[in-house]
Design a protein around this ligand. Structure first.
Ligand SMILES: [Fe+2]
Ligand SMILES: [Fe+2]
Ligand SMILES: [Fe+2]
Ligand SMILES: [Fe+2]
Length: 288
């Protein structure tokens, strides 16, 4: 496989997942959290790696400058999606996401149709192969695998759906649909914390640091006891009380995780462990 083909395959994988997540975000705005999380982990590290390897080797300074500018635009649109998401601005999420995909398609096309052919002419095959290999390594090092922000984004996704649930209280059918989503996402989130995140942390933490984990697990039991049993429809009355209790418990619980536990977990785990956990937990979250 030539270095250009390797880059093409890598791009195809990235853009394939990003397109799926973008479609998901457009049809269900709460899911924009997955798009943002995926891109901040896998796309930003890719762009940063290119700048210090492939871009640096090119002799076409003006072209490289325009490509680096596009990387900045990619980051800016990603931030704009995040800000529309934070404001619950559906139209903003949809239009920014569309713009994002258009720019990415253009950008990847330029790399494959202009950058790589140029480099193929300027460098020997061995040199270019070495460069792509280096890009790959730098990309792996640049990944943040920030478990704190991964789980915090999942909190936001669940909060987004809970606020929808509140608005849908007048329509039992819609309310039940959203309720089962909230239920599934919340149970998955708790499962990932208890089966993946917390055990990995407990293994590497000082014994004195694991107290908060026990408190969080006890709070999970209180939170799940509020949830209506799966398959049982929720009527307007029970739903109202349910949502208020859930919002109250989750607000306190999530704050503690975000302010105390997640930062501790990020610090305690080594990068290779965080890379692995990030992937597993992201896939688990995307499955519900
Ligand atoms: Fe790029
Ligand atoms: Fe690229
Ligand atoms: Fe939790
Ligand atoms: Fe959590």
């Amino acid at each position: 496989m030539t270095p250009a083909e390797k880059l093409h395959i890598h791009h195809e994988k990235l853009i394939g997942t990003i397109r799926d997540l973008a479609e998901r975000a457009k049809s269900d705005n709460a899911e924009a959290s997955l798009l943002i999380t995926f891109c901040s982990e896998y796309l930003i590290s890719h762009a940063e790696a290119e700048e210090v390897t492939l871009y640096k080797a090119s002799t076409d300074a003006a072209f490289v400058e325009s490509m680096i500018h596009e990387h900045r635009e990619i980051k800016d649109i990603l931030e704009a999606i995040g800000s529309a998401y934070g404001k619950g601005n559906s139209a903003g999420i949809v239009s920014e996401t569309e713009e994002f995909i258009t720019l990415l398609d253009k950008h990847f096309g330029e790399e494959e149709n202009a950058l790589m052919p140029g480099l193929t002419k300027e460098l020997s095959r061995e040199e270019l192969e070495g460069l792509v290999q280096e890009a790959h390594q730098v990309e792996a090092e640049k990944k943040k695998s920030d478990l704190w922000s991964l789980f915090e984004h999942d909190h936001k996704r669940i909060d987004f759906n809970i606020s929808r649930l509140r608005k849908s209280a007048g329509s039992p059918e819609a309310a039940n649909g959203i309720y089962s989503k909230v239920r599934a996402q919340l149970l998955k989130h708790i499962e990932l914390e208890e089966a993946v995140l917390f055990p990995a942390f407990s293994e590497h933490a000082e014994p004195a640091q694991t107290g908060p984990v026990q408190v969080m697990i006890a709070e999970h039991r209180e939170i799940t006891s509020i949830l209506v049993t799966a398959g049982n429809p929720v009527d307007g009355n029970s739903l109202g009380q349910n949502i208020d209790a859930l919002i109250g418990r989750l607000a306190v619980h999530n704050k503690k995780e975000e302010l105390i536990l997640y930062p501790m977990i990020n610090r305690a785990l080594r990068t290779p462990d965080r890379v692995k956990i990030f992937k597993e937990c992201f896939e688990g979250m995307a499955a519900v």
